[in-house]
Design a protein around this ligand. Sequence first.
Ligand SMILES: Nc1ncnc2c1ncn2[C@@H]1O[C@H](COP(=O)(O)OP(=O)(O)O)[C@@H](O)[C@H]1O
Ligand SMILES: NC(=O)OP(=O)(O)O
Length: 312
Amino acid sequence: MSKIVLAIGGNAIIKEGQKGTIEEQQKNINESCEPVLGLIEEGHTVVITHGNGPQVGNTLIKGEMAKSVVPTYPLDVYDAETQGNLGYLIQQAFKNKMVERNINKTVATIVTQSVVSKDDPAFEAPTKPIGPFYTKEEMEEITKKDNLTFVEDSGRGYRRVVASPKPVKIVEKEAIEALLEKDITVITAGGGGIPVTENNGKLEGIEAVIDKDFASALLAAEINADYLFIVTGVEQVAINFGKPNQQNLFEMTVEEALRYMEEGQFPKGSMGPKIEAAIMFLQKGGKNVIITSIEKLQDALAGKTGTRIVMK
Ligand SMILES: Nc1ncnc2c1ncn2[C@@H]1O[C@H](COP(=O)(O)OP(=O)(O)O)[C@@H](O)[C@H]1O
Ligand SMILES: NC(=O)OP(=O)(O)O
């Protein structure tokens, strides 16, 4: 049986066109649970990580809108809020489904910190899209009033961007491993982990949103996972995505992936980090990395679909 790190995108929990109500998120999470439970029932050890892009952006907006009444918090604290909030929804959904299926397991969320370098060049150039999607007109209206940076996000609209440094260490790794030893289903590294800097062993939060794909790749390598699954809105990675000549890929070598990246096939705020994270996992000694949709998880593990990135 395999140890699988499974990264669920924040955009799978609040889908395009949705406002992000709790009911919407619960429904989406419930739907995501089913195929993952299939893997658990087959006897695999599954570690669940998740994004927080839409959620942390919404939390930031709430904080900004309420600032005349209550204090605002730094972004790392909002990352922690979304870890708790989403971890709660995910662990409850999994537990309830396990009860329905007579699976006797504990599910637990770990508040996870990811160490980043304060010298990471990412602090100079924000790339991580968060919060809602805006039309061009809405985006222009906002930027007239506030000094915020936006990018066009894969044809889906404009989104605010924030700094997204690379994680270099998962602080709670031993706690994760201890829970896995006890056969507990672990939800961790939510939103890529809360970004912290480390100075002589002392940790301090820093304002950013880490890409959960990088944190998942790092975690998967550090805990020697057999598989890294990057679960997102598409069944397969494509070249010429969204164009009439779109071509879905079943497998791509690192060399091909790097060439496509140079051609601009994988945008920075969406598919780009997933490909880079897949390569990072392989370069750290990881063996199997698959990008697919939640619905196709089991088919992808069985080799029927998904996109595998391989060394050669
Ligand atoms: N080359 C590509 N192949 C497939 N999907 C792509 C490609 N380029 C951009 N995308 C888009 O990127 C999305 C994944 O990014 P995103 O939604 O930001 O991730 P997440 O699921 O982690 O929230 C896909 O669902 C798809 O809409
Ligand atoms: N933190 C993060 O990577 O979130 P998304 O998956 O929502 O982009």
